[in-house]
Design a protein around this ligand. Structure first.
Ligand code: ZN
Length: 463
C-alpha cells in the first residue's frame, strides 16, 4: 500500500506537532469506526426503522414545528462532515414530554417536545440536534450493529451481511424501530465523539458552542430529580462530558462573541409545543404486543393479492401488503408491524416468512439423508438462539414444487408475548438446503396458515 504511506507519516507529524506546541492546537478530527454496512445500507435500515418509529410514536402534528426543526436541522447539516454521503434528512417532532431526541442511521431525526420545552434557547436545541446529526455522520448506529453482530455470529458470517443463515432476520431486526436496542445503544466513547463533533457543528453554524455543555448541565440537574431524563438512557453520560466540550471550544479558539443564541421562531415554536395536549404514553411492550386480529397491535391481515419475488434459484408469490427484507441469499417477508419488541429492546419477527440457505455440512459421516441431517442442524441452530423453542411435530415428508421436502412444526415464545408457531419447510437444492420458516403467534396461526400455504404452493424452482 505505497499510496497510504505518506499520509500516515503526515498524520503522525501533525499529531506530534499538535501535542508539542499549543499554537498548533486544532479541532479534533473524527471519522466513522468499523462498519460492515455501506452508507446506502444505513439509509435503507434507517428508513425502515423510521417508518416503524412513526407508526409507534405520537406526532406533534404541528406543521410549524416540523418545518422549524427541518430548517434548523438543515442549517446544521450544511456544516456536518458526512464523508461525501448525501443523507435524506428528515426531522420529526414527537408529542412526548420525556426529554429526548434520537437519530436513526441515514438521517432520520426525531425530537421529543420535551427536548424543545426544556431548551432555554435555540442554541441549546441546536446543540441536541447537532449531537444527533453527529451520530448519523459518524455512523454510530450501524457501527454498534456491526460490533453486536460480530460478537454474536462471528465476523466471517456477518461480513457477507445477508449471506449467513441469519441474514434475513438480521435486516428484519435492524429495520424495526424496536431494534433501537441495537441502533441506538451508543457507547460512552460514541457519546463523547457526538458531543465533540456536535460542538464543532454548532460553532461552524454560528451558534454559541457553549450551549452543548449548558444543555448537558440541565440534564444533570434533572437527573437529581425522581425521573432521570430519557436522553441519558439512549445516550449514556461519558465521564467529564462538560469538560470535554469546553476543551473542544478552546481548540476552536473559544466561543465567538457574536454567536447566535436564540430566535423569535424558536420561542414561537416552543410556545406552540407547550400548548399541545399531553399524550398518555402506551407502554412499549403493550404497544408492540400483537392481540389477535384486533385493531390494536396486530398487523393488518394478509392481502389476498400477491406480489412476485424472484431470486436466482426460485420464484414465489407473497401478499402484496407485506414488505420484503434482505434479498438473494436470505430474505424475509412480513406485514407492517410484524416485527415487535421481544422485551429486551430487540426486534424479532412475530408474523412472517424467513427464507435462507443452510451452509453445506462438511460432516459426511452422519447416517441419514442430507435433508434429514441438515434439517436437524437447522433446528438445533434455531434452538440455540431460542432456548424455549421445542419441536411440536417431528419432520414429515412433504413435497415443495414436486421436490421431496420436510415439514416440521416448532413452538416458541412469541416476541409479543404468548406462544408462537414456527412452521419449518426444508428442501434440498444444488446450492444447499433451502429453508422456509413461517412464523405467527399460536392464537393467530390458523389465520396465517392459509397464507403460508399459498406462498409455499407458489414456489417454483428455476433449475
Ligand atoms: Zn448520543
Amino acid at each position: 500500500m505505497p499510496a497510504a504511506m505518506p499520509r500516515f507519516f503526515l498524520t503522525v507529524l501533525v499529531l506530534v506537532a499538535a501535542s508539542w506546541s499549543p499554537a498548533y492546537a486544532q479541532r479534533t478530527q473524527l471519522k466513522p469506526g468499523w462498519n460492515t454496512f455501506s452508507p446506502q445500507q444505513d439509509i435503507q435500515v434507517g428508513k425502515q426503522a423510521a417508518l416503524d418509529a412513526q407508526r409507534q410514536l405520537p406526532p406533534c402534528n404541528l406543521p410549524r414545528a416540523d418545518a422549524y426543526l427541518t430548517q434548523l436541522g438543515k442549517k446544521l447539516v450544511a456544516h456536518l462532515n458526512t464523508g461525501g454521503t448525501e443523507y435524506p434528512w428528515e426531522f420529526h417532532c414527537v408529542n412526548d414530554r420525556a426529554i429526548n431526541a434520537f437519530a436513526l442511521p441515514g438521517g432520520f431525526v426525531f425530537v421529543n417536545r420535551g427536548a424543545i420545552e426544556v431548551a432555554d434557547n435555540e442554541a441549546q436545541l441546536a446543540a441536541v440536534m447537532a449531537h444527533e446529526l453527529s451520530h448519523v455522520a459518524l455512523r454510530h448506529g450501524t457501527n454498534q450493529a456491526t460490533k453486536a453482530q460480530a460478537a454474536q455470529f462471528g465476523v466471517g458470517i456477518f461480513g457477507a451481511l445477508f449471506g449467513g443463515s441469519t441474514g434475513g432476520a438480521l435486516l428484519t431486526q435492524l429495520g424495526s424501530f424496536t431494534a433501537g436496542g441495537v441502533l441506538l445503544r451508543y457507547s460512552r466513547s460514541a457519546e463523547t465523539q457526538a458531543d465533540v463533533m456536535g460542538t464543532q457543528v454548532l460553532y461552524d453554524s454560528g451558534y454559541d458552542p457553549r450551549a452543548m455543555a449548558q444543555f448537558f448541565e440541565k440534564l444533570d440537574q434533572q437527573t437529581k430529580g425522581k425521573n432521570p431524563p430519557e436522553f441519558l438512557s439512549d445516550h449514556p453520560n461519558p465521564d467529564h462530558r462538560v469538560e470535554r466540550v469546553d476543551e473542544e471550544i478552546q481548540k476552536l479558539g473559544g466561543a465567538p462573541p457574536n454567536a447566535r443564541r436564540d430566535s423569535a421562531e424558536f420561542e414561537a415554536v416552543k410556545r406552540e409545543v407547550m400548548a399541545l395536549p399531553v399524550v398518555k404514553k402506551v407502554p412499549k411492550a403493550a404497544a408492540a404486543t400483537p392481540t389477535g386480529n384486533g385493531p390494536s397491535g396486530a398487523p393488518p391481515a394478509p392481502s389476498p393479492n400477491f406480489a412476485t419475488y424472484q431470486s436466482s434459484g426460485y420464484t414465489l408469490q407473497y401478499p402484496d401488503n407485506w414488505k420484503q427484507f434482505g434479498g438473494e441469499n436470505s430474505v424475509a417477508f412480513g406485514p407492517e408491524g410484524g416485527v415487535v419488541n421481544d422485551g429486551s429492546g430487540h426486534g424479532a419477527m412475530a408474523y412472517g416468512l424467513t427464507i435462507g440457505t443452510a451452509p453445506q455440512q462438511a460432516n459426511a459421516n452422519d447416517s441419514g439423508s442430507v435433508l434429514t441431517n441438515a434439517t436437524q442442524q437447522i433446528i438445533s441452530e434455531l434452538q440455540q438462539r431460542n432456548p424455549n423453542m421445542k419441536v411440536a411435530r417431528q419432520p414429515q415428508s412433504v413435497k415443495l414444487n414436486n421436490e421431496p421436502a420436510l415439514s416440521t412444526y416448532l413452538s416458541n415464545d412469541s416476541p409479543g408475548g404468548g406462544q408462537e408457531i414456527d412452521w419449518l419447510i426444508t428442501v434440498e437444492r444444488p446450492e444447499g438446503v433451502l429453508y422456509f420458516v413461517c412464523t405467527a403467534p399460536q392464537n393467530d396461526f390458523d389465520n396465517y396458515h392459509k397464507t403460508f400455504n399459498a406462498i409455499l404452493d407458489s414456489v417454483r424452482f428455476s433449475h
